[in-house]
Design a protein around this ligand. Structure first.
Ligand code: NAD
Length: 695
């Protein structure tokens, strides 16, 4: 039940908003707050007012449950409410604990003073939803902390610690412990009101630095590539500097409206909700019992095992890593230490924290040491015989309710599960490389996996900072299966006339961090080569196959690690340099295959790479290997850098129109045949005028 309560502490009134889980500023909250505030202002025995939040934070901002409902527009809307707070003639002090984000921070900016508990975090994350703060935040923050510091916060959307906010002048008093008590004390002594909108000093300083905004535009160019909202945020701050407050406010409002209605914001909001939706499993209710995970174990401390172990240590969970021999173990642990040390060197982790984390990671070569593990994640060689042997050994070494998971990328999890006496406790946990950085975790449901195991692993993903998405067993699961479809066409495009740099540029311009060839060089071309060789015998002989990637590997070019792959690399540089040798190879392979090379446009490249990927996504949905189209979007946003402002591949299909995608697939299939047959679900949606979002 949402409430706004009023209590007296001496001559100070304390108004507390209580709307679990994050005190979202719903219509009821706003109305309640306005009414209580009115009572305080009318009461001559109240000298000052404190605003506080119940529960674990002051407030997360707008109530997302009200998004796209009429309640969001009900008066008092937030800008009106905040103006009333600021106009009050008694000091209003806000007590911030936990978090004050978005609209909640805008409310704080409209208060006359801000008191915050140490450890709290504040920020304006609106930009991540493709909008600008719309309740005066872009106008008040620069007046309080200066234009440049305000740009840093508003354009990035990151939350900053209260300690930093105090240094910047956003927080007037920083306290240990109870922020409300401290705010009451502060309010009782406050002499008069101090309205943020009337502050002039910082604005004058920014006016005297006319190049500030141009400098900032250049600084943000790379991160804000292709995006509307970060630039809209900048323009609002610019307006704060150059316009009177009321005009700036009107500019902010108009900008907010333009952004809210933009396709980018719709896509970003889709991504936000898709991520929340992905945590739900249709047949695993919220109250499904979960196993407590107190200790974990990892089999294999190579590239992936080491990274996975770090996730547990980072979350404070003790983890044991098992290797085949002492020297391998030593090498694996040394690599983990080196990774942590690099973070310490960059100033993103302190030495004491690194030491604490390293102390949580223990090595062993003996299965007997795994007897107390609640979950084991296997990340050994990608070989069925190896995995089966390991799972047999784990079955014998651990209690019967220990969860046994595998990080396999390609092998059949049900077959691995059959090597144990507890297939219901076996599933896949597919991490992405580098496993300590990439946030996606494809949680693979085996035929026998029980609900408790699924619920436990989905919860665990969150606890170790990952975004878990449930997928089914198939070759490549969701992400890599679609990636195959995408990179296959990228390779064919080379034969038909494109060059790697041209394909990569088109995909980069679409919004990916890099194109398929630069990505291949980064990941290492030998991995895919090994998989292709292992599967050569079962490759469909009637379907087109591009030999270029194999030829490149035969030349010993495995990507960045050998300083040559699809591109070449100068010593110590990760910048791909187009290589005439590769161009010659591509031209000669095309000639061998009898393909006449032609000019290929950027648009064709994008359609040819992205549409077949969507088509594969449609097959995955139809086969029931993903629960919903938006889960596929989450996989691609977090595992492969699909541009978030396009919402993910399936959302993107809806935004260009499934019919358009279907017709393009029909055309591509007619021209190029192989691999491009439209999926039945794509056809069905196109013909019935529906989208993936309607499923
Ligand atoms: P890797 O070769 O870097 O590491 C494998 C480690 O496992 C080695 O240190 C090896 O000594 C150890 N090992 C081998 N057999 C073992 C056994 N019987 N018992 C204990 N340890 C053993 O390989 P990787 O890249 O870390 O891949 C590990 C697994 O993760 C594979 O199944 C792979 O398909 C999967 N995977 C890899 C990536 C990636 O990008 N590298 C991404 C997702 C999943």
């Amino acid at each position: 039940m949402a409430t706004v309560t009023l209590e007296r502490r001496g001559n100070v009134a304390v108004i507390t908003i209580d709307n679990p889980p994050v005190n979202g500023l719903s219509a009821a909250m706003r109305t309640g707050l306005e009414a209580r505030l009115g009572e305080c202002l009318d009461d001559s025995t109240v000298a000052a007012v404190v605003l506080a939040g119940a529960g674990r934070m002051f407030g997360g901002g707008a109530d997302i449950r009200e998004f796209n409902t009429p309640a969001a527009a009900e008066e008092p809307v937030l800008p009106t409410l905040i103006d009333r707070v600021e106009a009050a003639d008694k000091p209003i002090v806000i007590a911030i604990h936990g978090v004050a984000a978005g609209g909640a921070l805008e409310l704080a900016l409209g208060c006359h003073y801000r008191v915050a508990a140490k450890g709290a975090r504040v920020g304006l994350p609106e930009v991540t939803l493709g909008i600008v703060p719309g309740a005066g935040g872009t106008q008040r923050l620069p007046r309080l902390i200066g234009a440049e510091a305000a740009l840093d916060m508003i354009v990035s959307g990151t939350l900053i610690p209260a300690e930093r906010a105090h240094e910047l002048g956003l927080v007037d008093r920083l306290v240990e412990g109870d922020a409300t008590a401290a705010a009451v004390e502060f309010a009782a002594q406050a002499s008069g009101v101090r309205r943020t909108a009337e502050l002039t000093e910082n604005i004058a300083a920014a006016k005297n630095d006319p190049e500030l905004f141009d400098r900032y535009r250049k600084k943000m160019a790379r991160r804000a590539r292709g995006l509307i909202a970060p630039y809209a945020c900048l323009e609002c701050v610019e307006a704060a500097v150059n316009m009177p407050f009321d005009e700036g406010r009107a500019f902010e409002r108009a900008t907010f409206k333009r952004c809210v209605e933009s396709d980018q914001s719709k896509a970003l909001r889709h991504a936000f909700f898709a991520e929340r939706q992905a945590t739900k499993i249709a047949d695993v209710p919220k109250d499904t019992p979960v196993k407590t995970i107190e200790r974990a174990a990892i089999i294999g401390c190579g590239t992936m095992g080491g990274g996975i172990a770090m996730n547990f240590a980072n979350a404070g969970i003790p983890v044991r890593v098992l290797e085949t021999a002492a020297d391998r173990l030593e090498a694996g642990l040394a690599l983990i230490a080196k990774n942590y040390a690099a973070t310490v060197a960059k100033g993103r982790l302190d030495q004491a924290a690194m030491d604490r984390r390293m102390a949580l990671i223990e090595g062993t070569t003996d299965y007997a040491d795994l007897a107390d593990a609640d979950i084991v994640i296997e990340a050994a060689f990608e070989d069925m015989a190896v995995k089966k042997e390991i799972f047999g050994a784990l079955d014998a070494a651990t209690p019967p309710d220990t969860i046994l998971a595998t990080n396999t990328s390609t092998l059949d999890i049900d077959e691995i599960a059959r090597a144990t006496s507890r297939p219901e406790k076996v599933m896949g946990t597919h991490f992405f490389s580098p496993a300590n950085v990439m946030r996606l975790m494809e949680n693979v449901r085996g035929a026998a996996t029980d609900k408790e195991t699924l619920a436990t692993v989905m919860g665990l993903a969150k606890r170790i900072g990952k975004v878990g998405v449930l997928v089914g067993v198939c070759d490549g699961f969701v992400g890599n299966r679609m990636l195959y479809a995408y990179s296959r066409q990228a390779n064919f495009l080379l034969e038909e006339g494109a060059l790697p740099q041209q394909v990569d540029k088109a995909i980069y311009d679409f919004g990916f961090p890099m194109g398929p060839f630069a990505m291949g060089d980064l990941a290492g071309l030998d991995i895919g080569w090994a998989v292709r060789k292992a599967r050569a015998a079962t490759r469909p002989p009637d379907l087109r196959y591009s030999p270029i990637a194999d030829r490149i590997c035969e030349m010993g070019r495995f990507g960045q690690k050998t300083k040559a792959g699809w591109y070449r690399y100068e010593d110590g540089s990760r910048t791909p340099v187009p290589d005439p040798e590769i161009e010659a190879l591509i031209v000669s392979v095309a000639a061998e295959l009898g393909i006449e090379r032609r000019d290929i446009s950027e648009q064709e490249i994008v359609e040819r790479c992205i549409y077949p990927m969507i088509n594969e996504g449609a097959k995955i949905l139809q086969e029931g290997l993903a629960q919903r189209a938006s889960d596929i979007d989450v996989v691609w946003l977090y595992g492969y850098g699909f541009p978030r402002h396009r919402g993910g591949p399936m959302y993107y299909a809806d935004s260009v129109g499934v019919k358009t995608v279907y017709e393009a697939m029909v055309r591509l299939h007619d021209t190029h045949g192989d691999w491009l047959e439209p999926a039945p679900l794509l056809e069905e949606l196109a013909k019935s005028g529906r989208g993936f979002g309607d499923l």
